[in-house]
Design a protein around this ligand. Structure first.
Ligand code: COA
Length: 246
């Protein structure tokens, strides 16, 4: 079961990072993956009330990867942390399936109120629903909910609920446009929609083909125009000649 889940995690790295080429590469070289593996074990310890051991494991992973995931956080399947350094995920964060975080993202608390400070099990951190993408440097703070398939722009500071499927950017974060539901079904690397052609070489070739097509059409038009002009001149010459004969 745990291996199946880890395999799923690896596959999600390959699916969402254009630079990831093989499972081997992800398993050995990706700190985001290492942090997730350790988190899964630390979280299991946490749920078995071995909390100190869970925290020790999580802090060891932080030393090695630069990613701090509290073992009390709840994280769904196919979680992807790209680059990872500086990511902090607080204790009462709740992360759904197929969520993506880039480097230096914080899922943190806001200033603790007198009431919540030191109270166990008070929700202080955000909930990210399935399919959310959080851009690098974004700070998502407080017990708020970021709705399914929403995208948070790089360096945004989010302190209020974000509706499902929208893009939110800036400080404080504001919604910039409703997400196209069709588009939101698919993961787009860096949260940035392209025109459906993710390979830059292919995109360049497609552009060149389109330009060549447009040039060919223009040449055809010019040839037709030249032919018309030529025909017109021929007819004029004939008329002049026939006028001269008369
Ligand atoms: C927000 C994001 C997901 C793009 O979403 P989108 O739906 O394609 O939005 P658009 O690019 O059409 O931008 C919409 C508006 O938001 C602005 N915007 C986009 N990203 C922004 C950001 N991070 N901060 C501030 N404004 C931003 C755009 O300038 C545009 O403004 P305008 O309407 O005044 O021109 C993307 O810009 C982003 O920040 N992705 C994260 C990338 C990342 O972290 N990469 C790390 C890789 S290592």
């Amino acid at each position: 079961m745990i291996f199946k889940r880890l395999r799923e995690d690896i596959d999600s790295f390959i699916a969402r990072d254009p630079a990831a080429r093989s499972r081997f590469e992800v398993a050995f070289l990706y700190p985001g993956f290492h942090a997730i593996v350790v988190y899964r074990v630390a979280h299991w310890l946490w749920t078995k009330d071995l909390r100190l051991l869970g925290r020790w494991l999580s802090q060891t992973a932080r030393l090695l990867t630069g990613i701090e995931i509290h073992p009390g956080a709840t994280i769904g399947r196919r979680f992807f942390i790209d680059h990872g350094n500086g990511v902090v995920i607080g204790e009462t964060s709740h992360i759904g399936d197929d969520v993506t975080l880039y480097q230096t993202v914080t899922l943190g608390g806001i200033s603790p109120s007198v009431d919540s400070h030191k109270q166990i099990d008070v929700k202080r951190h955000p909930t990210l629903e399935d399919g959310v993408i959080v851009g690098s440097g974004a700070q998502v703070l407080g017990p708020i909910t970021v709705g399914r398939d929403a995208r948070i722009g790089a360096n945004a500071v989010v302190t209020r609920d974000v509706p499902p499927g929208v893009t939110a950017v800036g400080i404080p974060a504001r919604v910039v446009m409703p997400r196209d539901r069709e588009h939101a079904k698919d993961f787009v690397a860096y949260g940035t929609p392209s025109d459906g052609c993710p390979d830059p070489m292919l995109k360049t070739i497609e552009n060149l083909r389109a330009q060549v097509g447009a040039l060919m059409e223009r040449i055809d038009e010019l040839e037709n125009e030249a032919e018309e002009v030529h025909k017109g001149r021929g007819a004029k010459k004939k008329a002049v000649n026939s006028g001269g004969d008369a």
